[in-house]
Design a protein around this ligand. Structure first.
Ligand SMILES: Cc1cc2nc3c(=O)[nH]c(=O)nc-3n(C[C@H](O)[C@H](O)[C@H](O)COP(=O)(O)OP(=O)(O)OC[C@H]3O[C@@H](n4cnc5c(N)ncnc54)[C@H](O)[C@@H]3O)c2cc1C
Length: 407
């Protein structure tokens, strides 16, 4: 029977960060992962360049039933701490937009840093290693073979292991082909912990019927918009697709969307369209409405929008003849378009899972389960979900590092 101080299940962002931190404290750490490679989500993130953090990280960038839970860890291990780590390894990176930091070259450069840190801590990482059973040891099971401090026994495909601290860093179920699973939630339930409602998030929306035909006719068209749901607004790019809508705007708002909710989209977020049209009228603009709007928005989009039933009677009117009602209709379609998506593309394309292990059970300082000494949950498996923009990795680094001080 093998004994190690700490077993971490999941060699992703949070698990590797926790392993390196604990290992460098002198703890003997074993990381097991059922996938054939470590850090698969890191490798495919940010289009292969990994958006590893953001210059500005605030609690408002995270969703959770307990919005205060993330504050302590984000303060103790900040984006600046992670930036300092990657600078130490001379990682080439750049800010893309809105404070988002990406590797200049490949995400594998970042994974190499985490693995180098694990090596410094003498961490043993075993891939293709599945865990079939976990149980807490009782005191009368301590023998010469099982040291006094052992608290958990794991049956793994590489043999039985006992450990003092057990860390669950199995992430969420998005993109199952990368090794993602529901395992962390199942384990939480095994130990009597509540798991909040789960939903694929940071995910494109699907549409049905006429809306779908409209999106399909515009597939590939992208433009900056503001998008709103449940009082949350984002200003980002929207992309029409063959299935519905995507792009950063759709992904961001999906974190706040529940089935049946309406989305409101303003395709001209920087202007007051009614005032603009009145100015065209006052200036005696002779151009067609379509031509004039195509100076502000993609031509294909303007044509498709003006052909919609709500605007058909206006489409060919000269600008000078647009009535107050016409202008109101234009404003409502271009600046307050409302739609109810039929759903999302689900876990096969989602970047994260909204919801997770209920944080009421977890210490925000150590990440230990309050009712189960020695058991820890970190990273995405918890009910903490970040916005698009490097926030989910920052949560993995912060929670992994903080737990690494105690496991
Ligand atoms: C396509 C894509 C792009 C993304 N891009 C970004 C981005 O640019 N920036 C950003 O901040 N976030 C991004 N994310 C989100 C980010 O990848 C995750 O939030 C982050 O990886 C979570 O870290 P984690 O360690 O909690 O889980 P993961 O990194 O998912 O690691 C979990 C590990 O556990 C292993 N595992 C699961 N079940 C078991 C089991 N039963 N037994 C053993 N091992 C198991 C998995 O194989 C995996 O290695 C992206 C996600 C996806 C899917």
């Amino acid at each position: 029977m093998r004994f190690v101080d700490t077993v971490i299940i999941g060699a992703g962002a949070a698990g590797l960060m926790c392993a390196a931190t604990a290992g460098q404290r002198g703890r003997q750490v074993l990381v097991v992962d059922h996938a054939n490679k470590v850090g698969k989500k890191i490798l495919m993130s940010g289009g292969g360049r990994c958006n590893f953090t953001n210059y500005t990280v605030e609690p408002k960038n995270f969703l959770s039933d307990n919005p205060h839970f993330c504050i302590s860890a984000l303060k103790r291990y900040t984006q600046h701490d992670f930036i300092e780590l990657v600078q130490r390894y001379e990682l080439a990176y750049h800010e893309k937009t809105l404070g988002q930091l990406f590797c200049d070259n490949r995400a594998k450069d970042l994974l190499a840093i985490l693995l180098a840190e694990c090596e410094l801590g003498g961490v043993d990482i075993q891939t293709r290693c599945a865990v079939s059973r976990i149980r807490r040891l009782s005191e009368d099971e301590m023998t010469d073979e099982v040291p006094q401090q052992a608290r958990f026994e794991l049956l793994t495909s590489n043999g039985p292991v006992v450990c003092e601290s057990l860390v669950i860093a199995t992430g969420g179920p998005s993109i199952p082909t990368l090794g993602a699973s529901h395992y962390g939630y199942e384990l939480a339930r095994q130990f009597g912990l509540k798991v909040t409602d789960l939903q694929a998030s940071l995910v494109p929306f699907t549409l049905k019927g006429d809306l779908l035909s409209l999106a399909q006719s515009l597939a590939g068209v992208s433009m900056p918009v503001s998008i709103e749901c449940r009082d949350q607004i984002f200003q980002e790019a929207l992309l029409f697709t063959h299935k519905g809508i995507s792009g950063p705007a759709a992904l961001q708002i999906s974190n706040y969307w529940y089935p049946g909710d309406t989305l409101t989209i303003n395709f001209l977020p920087q202007m007051d369209l009614a005032t603009e049209i009145r100015q065209w009228q006052q200036a005696g603009v002779k151009a067609e409405l379509k031509t004039q709007l195509s100076r502000l928005l993609p031509k294909r989009f303007v044509s498709a929008w003006l052909e919609r039933a709500e605007l058909q009677s206006i489409e060919s009117k000269p600008i000078a003849q647009l009535s107050r009602e016409d202008i109101e209709s234009l404003v409502s379609m271009f600046q307050g378009w409302q739609l109810v998506p039929s759903g999302t593309e689900g876990y096969k394309t989602a970047e994260v899972t909204r919801g997770g292990v209920c944080t009421d059970h977890i210490s925000s300082k150590t990440f230990e389960v309050k009712s189960e000494p020695g058991l820890y949950f970190i990273g995405e498996v918890l009910d903490v979900t970040g916005w698009l923009g490097g926030f989910n990795f920052q949560w993995a680094w912060s929670s992994g590092w903080c737990a690494g001080q105690y496991v």
